[in-house]
Design a protein around this ligand. Structure first.
Ligand SMILES: [Zn+2]
Length: 121
């Protein structure tokens, strides 16, 4: 399953990021919530990712951490005039100048934004 490897990757990434904080701040800090940004065009299904997350964090320091998914709408940028717009107009033609020369400006992302750490002390 595609989403499981992504969830595992997020989990590892957050573990690495919080490891030093754990060492410095004592062993009590737990990751409470992880925020990720998933673009419409990233090929990641948020529902499947949530499901995979539960499996990925099991028996890791992140067990019990919530995954918050922010969905990013697909966006294109016109090569002619630089206008940015959504992809839902017919034929992906720039609404500002009518050019069909466009590039993807958003919606491909799959990023970890933040991890919220809670102190158990
Ligand atoms: Zn344009």
């Amino acid at each position: 399953m595609h989403e499981l490897s992504i969830a595992t990757e997020i989990c590892r990434c957050v573990e690495r990021a919080t490891e030093s904080a754990r060492k410095e701040g004592g062993a009590g800090s737990r990751v409470k919530c992880v925020s990720v940004r998933v673009g419409e065009l990233s090929g990641v299904d948020p529902e499947a990712l949530l499901f995979a997350w539960e499996a990925a964090v099991r028996d890791t320091p992140l067990e019990g951490a919530r995954l918050e998914i922010e969905r990013i709408r697909a966006k294109i940028r016109c090569r002619g005039c630089g206008a940015e717009s959504g992809m839902d107009f017919p034929g992906a033609v720039c609404p500002a100048c009518g050019s069909a020369e466009a590039e993807i400006a958003g919606g491909m992302e799959m990023d970890v934004i933040s991890a919220q750490v809670e102190d158990e002390n």
